[in-house]
Design a binder for this molecule. Structure first.
Ligand SMILES: C=C1C[C@]23C[C@@]1(O)CC[C@H]2[C@@]12CCC[C@@](C)(C(=O)O1)[C@H]2[C@@H]3C(=O)O
Ligand SMILES: O=C(O)CCC(=O)C(=O)O
Ligand SMILES: [Fe+2]
Length: 357
């Protein structure tokens, strides 16, 4: 990708250009290679969690796409509306107000660019707000007298997303012929350890006068075990479909399905599954008219846990495909190697066969 650069050249500075009022795409936001690829019409799987064979369908979707949409997830439409309304309320604040809650390289929480923007020499047509722990301190800076509604929606949404992540992980393990007990640090739904981590990122993609030139979010995989994404109002998320060796990879636009959620397999789940589940390469394109917002929940393991391939998936006499890493270690590796990070954890092919004398 010609718009990727070396992060060692210096950290990407938060930009203060007001995207909302732009009448054209400045050169610093013009991505040369965005819309070259054809898009595919094959739809991404939609799975109803109430179906008897939900686990089987999820397993197949994770192996071939690394992504799917879910319905029947039991997240109240009221909560989805509330999180969307609070996200829009945040991004409609004046830029100077949002900058009061700016993130920093030491603390990623708050208003600011995504860490991976350090690899781009072009800017993305988006803004975002990351929430790792409590939202209160940052929310107070945004709305000194009126932050309760925001914080309540965030706390409830995080709690529901954590429970749904546990449910999904259970179904994914089942699809692989496994149980929670096969993963030392995991536990059945409703009983997830309190230190199991989840980070929320609110994303905003303002309308863009020249959408074919701009990039909402660069193509990337998430580092998480899985990411649950809520997109509302307009499409924009695209997932790379590259299963068929005989035809070129294609970007598939994920359609709007009211009240559904999108699930993306992250790099850590790919490692945990010993490479069986595909990590989803995805990106976001922007719209000429619509202001799109999305809410991403990144679900990961407890901080001290090294994620490594599940023994039963490795099989006797074989060595695991990847070495173990904690989420924090992996984020560090990613900030050095970007899209080569996963490959750097691969155990050497020659050492895969283990002598069983
Ligand atoms: C928990 C996290 C996942 C994330 C890094 C972060 O600490 C908070 C932001 C997340 C995000 C959102 C946009 C894409 C992404 C790759 C990025 O640069 O920042 C993800 C990160 C990730 O999945 O590693
Ligand atoms: O906005 C979206 O649909 C996707 C955002 C995303 O990929 C992310 O936050 O990691
Ligand atoms: Fe992502």
């Amino acid at each position: 990708m010609s718009s990727l650069s070396d992060p060692a050249a210096g950290p990407h500075q938060p930009h203060h250009f007001d995207l909302q009022s732009a009448s054209e795409v400045p050169d610093s936001y013009a991505w040369p290679t965005l819309h070259g690829q054809p898009s595919a019409s094959e739809p991404m799987p939609v799975i109803d969690l109430a179906d008897r064979d939900a686990a089987g369908s999820i397993g197949r979707a994770c192996m071939s796409w690394g992504a799917f949409q879910v319905t029947g997830h039991r997240i109240a439409p009221r909560l989805l509306d509330a999180i969307e309304a609070e996200t829009r309320r945040l991004f409609l604040l004046p830029i100077q107000q949002k900058l009061k809650a700016a993130s920093s390289p030491d603390d990623r929480s708050g208003y600011g660019p995504i860490p991976l923007s350090a690899f781009c020499d072009k800017l993305m047509w988006s803004e975002g707000f990351t929430i790792s722990g409590s939202p209160v301190d940052h929310a107070r800076k945004l709305w000194p007298h009126d932050h309760d509604k925001f914080c309540d929606a965030i706390e409830e949404y995080k709690k529901e997303m954590k429970a749904l992540s546990g449910w999904l992980i259970g179904l994914i393990l089942l699809s692989l012929g496994l149980k929670f007990e096969d993963v030392a640090w995991a536990a059945p739904v409703g009983n997830l350890p309190p230190d199991l981590t989840g980070t929320l990122r609110l994303n905003s993609y303002p309308p863009c006068p020249e959408p074919d030139k701009a990039m909402g979010m660069l193509a990337h995989t998430d580092s998480s075990l899985l990411t649950i994404l809520y997109q509302s109002g307009t499409t924009g998320l695209q997932v790379l479909r590259d299963e068929d060796q005989s035809s070129p990879a294609r970007w598939v636009t994920v359609p709007l399905l009211p009240e559904s959620l999108i699930v993306l397999v992250g790099d850590l789940l790919h490692i945990l599954s010993n490479g069986q589940l595909k990590t989803a390469l995805h990106r976001v394109v922007v719209d000429r008219i619509q202001h799109r917002v999305s809410v991403a929940y990144f679900f990961g393991p407890p901080g001290n846990v090294k994620v490594s391939p599940i023994e039963k998936l490795v099989g006797p006499g074989r060595a695991p495909a990847y070495r173990g890493v904690t989420w924090a270690e992996y984020l560090g590796i990613r900030m050095k190697l970007f899209d080569k990070a996963l490959a750097s954890l691969k155990e050497q092919e020659e050492s895969k066969e283990v002598c069983d004398e």
